[in-house]
Design a protein around this ligand. Structure first.
Ligand code: GRF
Length: 189
């Protein structure tokens, strides 16, 4: 349908956020179409989810290219072919480089499983548990050249006073799916 923005979702792993966003688009809760899933870890479970939802996948390894620039140029070329206007990172385990940042200024967002600026980087949930915090959370932010340091768009706090990592992860993921969908809805509608 015309009027729908075409978006790309970048993911490296399981893709539960990918699936939540893709389904929200398919059901019209977000006024966008997921034109492509970019996966830098061929065979990751997100690729199965994408195939089930009939969403094209670009599986690409950075190490197959001489530099991040070359790698991102190939991705950019594909995004331009698909008419992509906006990118949502969903468990994409790489710093986005200049090629994509320049092509999509203020049009790349990410979700992170902590109340940024606390606990940026890998294993934010483990970092927060080890620190002993009692309020966990999730953040959606714009992506810049820093690690999880771009302007914050939305956050949700999750009070939790236990030490069952699995239980906490389940709570965090559920909150991520809701917050990412509602944030994209307001950014893209
Ligand atoms: C999420 O916790 C997200 O915040 C982080 O990576 C994880 C991806 O999970 N950036 P999934 O692949 O969407 O299930």
């Amino acid at each position: 349908m015309s009027g729908k923005k075409k978006i790309a979702i970048f993911a490296s792993g399981s893709g539960s956020n990918f699936e939540a966003i893709a389904k929200a688009c398919l059901h019209g809760r977000i006024n966008a179409e997921v034109a492509i899933c970019v996966c830098d870890h061929p065979g990751a479970y997100v690729t199965e989810r994408a195939k089930r939802l009939d969403i094209p996948v670009l599986e690409i390894r950075q190490k197959s290219y001489p530099s991040k620039t070359e790698y991102e140029k190939v991705i950019l070329d594909e995004l331009q072919k698909q008419g992509v206007e906006f990118i949502a990172l969903a468990g994409y385990m790489r710093i986005v480089g200049d090629v994509l940042l320049k092509a999509f200024p203020n049009k790349i967002v990410n979700i992170h499983p902590s109340l940024l600026p606390a606990f940026p980087g890998v294993d934010a949930i483990g970092q927060a548990l080890n620190y002993g915090v009692k309020v966990f959370g999730v953040t959606v932010h714009f992506v810049d050249q820093t690690l999880d340091g771009g302007k914050i768009i939305a956050q949700a706090a999750i009070p939790y006073d236990g030490n069952d990592r699995e239980e906490l992860e389940t709570m965090i993921h559920a909150r991520e799916h809701a917050l990412y969908v509602s944030t994209l809805k307001s950014l893209l509608n």
